[in-house]
Design a protein. Structure first.
Length: 250
């Protein structure tokens, strides 16, 4: 007597070992990269604080002027402007002469297409703003525009990228552990919602962290906003996954 084949069902497919390992490796690399960025962050934050606290050289004088720890201004004349393009990126440059002879000229990379860059022309008189060894801004009349050398941009980029990598890497590691447990108990394959919803929540949390890092230079506020964003995004993710799972089984 042959058993009815309809009474038997194949065992549920288990999560693939390759996917579990790949998620663990990607998460580990992201967390390690974030750790390196955070290790370099104190120096960048200290420089940004010093810059914000700096005063005009005319106000303080003394050793601060000799060390370049104050804000100074140097008059110059625009020699030329040009636009560079590389790998879809556009950079705006201004060459400024600060004295007789080409040896006194500097090629300055401007931050974006701001109000100064848009009005620059050869022969224009401008004022270069410096701090320590950084030419951080350019003035033309009442207009001012930052250069890419302005202190604080490095710390902002490090913090934003570090938080994004840490959040995403932690989710990859958690997902790897979750898949490993499901494989160990022979659980059925994960539903699509169990993958896509946490991914969307992760991207949302990382976006909140990056936005906070760019919007403010207060570290405690960035961390508080990031923590709140992660908590809200992941709580909503859990509730949504449970709701979708309940609808599917009902």
């Amino acid at each position: 007597m042959n058993p009815d084949s309809s009474s038997f069902s194949p065992p549920p497919a288990r999560p693939g070992l390759m996917g579990i390992t790949l998620a663990a490796v990607i998460g580990s690399v992201m967390v390690l990269a974030a750790s390196v960025l955070f290790a370099l962050l104190p120096g960048s934050l200290s420089e940004a604080r010093d810059f914000r606290a700096a005063r005009s050289c005319e106000e303080i004088g003394g050793s601060a002027v000799e060390n370049g720890d104050c804000l100074s201004a140097w008059p110059g004349t625009v020699v030329s402007t040009d636009v560079g393009r590389k790998n879809m990126a556009v950079t705006n440059w201004a060459t400024v002469d600060f004295g007789p002879g080409q040896e006194r000229s500097l090629r300055i990379r401007m931050q974006g297409s701001g109000p100064v860059w848009e009005t620059l022309a050869p022969g224009d008189r401008v004022t270069a703003l410096t701090w320590r060894d950084r030419l951080w801004g350019l003035e033309k009349g009442e207009l001012r525009q930052d250069t890419t050398e302005k202190p604080g941009r490095t710390s902002t980029a490090q913090l934003a990228l570090g938080l994004a990598l840490l959040i995403t890497g932690a989710v990859f590691l958690r997902g790897s552990g979750w898949l490993h447990r499901r494989r160990a108990i022979g659980a059925p394959p994960a539903r699509t919602s169990q993958i896509l919803v946490p991914m969307a929540a992760t991207f949302l949390a990382a976006g909140i962290a990056v936005t906070a890092a760019v919007a403010t230079d207060r570290l405690w506020l960035v961390l508080l906003t990031t923590a709140a964003g992660c908590a809200a995004a992941w709580t909503a993710s859990v509730l949504l996954v449970r709701r979708l799972g309940g609808q599917r089984t009902s």
